[in-house]
Design a protein around this ligand. Structure first.
Ligand code: C2P
Length: 225
């Protein structure tokens, strides 16, 4: 608060006529006005000139503060606009990474849930074991799931075979040109989570899968016919 004390040798140029009126009425000097009043109360004997000098001093201080605040805002705005294109690029890159990770995880999920190349003949307990082992009984019992007993490359090749419409109307399904060894797992009637029990049925059928991406890969098992 040291700067609030008026200097007795302040130059007279700081006391233009009408300053007193401006000091008490101009909205930007409300704070100065308040301090002027305070000052008058606490120093009743002070000369009128010194009071005016005090107002002038405050005016200069407030103007300097306002100017420096304005320039700080302008600098912040400038910094923001300089960084804006970089920010947009980073967001776009993140979007691309997320999309490609999303596609990759759908491909992995398909392989995890539908490909079992090692099995040729499935036992009656196959679905109970496999549905649990492949995490389809975590938090709920997946109602239907098909396992395909073929090498992964043969299942991926279906994406280049006959294009058909998926059950949900999407145009990206493909039907295998040959029948494949599959096991259908159906949740038994009345079976409730967490005790998921399945009916195992081994079949030889055409498979229909939905495919996506570049290179194109299966992401969803649509049907077997
Ligand atoms: N499903 C399946 N085999 C079928 C029919 C459906 O595996 N013959 C799976 C599909 O799972 C389908 C889900 O059951 O979306 C519900 O019908 P996903 O999409 O995970 O391949």
């Amino acid at each position: 608060m040291a700067w609030l004390i008026p200097h007795p040798l302040l130059p007279t140029s700081l006391f233009p006529s009408g300053l007193k009126a401006r000091c008490s009425s101009h909205p930007s000097f409300l704070e100065a006005n308040r301090l002027c009043k305070l000052y008058k109360i606490h120093t009743p004997g002070i000369q009128e000139l010194q009071k005016l000098a005090f107002c002038s001093h405050l005016k200069t201080k407030l103007e300097t503060q306002a100017l420096s605040q304005r320039s700080e805002t302008a600098m912040a705005q400038e910094r923001f606009f300089n960084l804006f294109p970089l920010l947009v690029l980073v967001l776009l890159a993140l979007g691309c990474v997320q999309t490609s990770l999303g596609k990759e995880s759908r491909v992995m999920k398909f392989q995890w849930q539908h490909v079992d190349s090692d099995t040729t003949t499935s036992s009656p307990s196959y679905c109970n074991e496999m549905m649990k082992r492949r995490d389809m009984t975590d938090g709920w019992c997946k109602p239907v799931n098909t396992f395909v007993h073929k090498p992964l490359a043969d299942i991926q090749a279906v994406c280049h075979q006959r294009n058909v419409t998926c059950k949900n109307g999407q145009p990206n399904c493909h039907k295998s040109t040959s029948k494949m060894n599959i096991t259908n797992c159906h949740l038994k009637h009345g079976s409730k989570y967490p005790k998921c029990t399945y009916q195992t049925s081994q079949e030889k059928k055409y498979i229909i899968v939905a495919c996506e991406g570049d290179p194109i890969m299966p992401v969803h098992f649509d049907d077997s016919v």
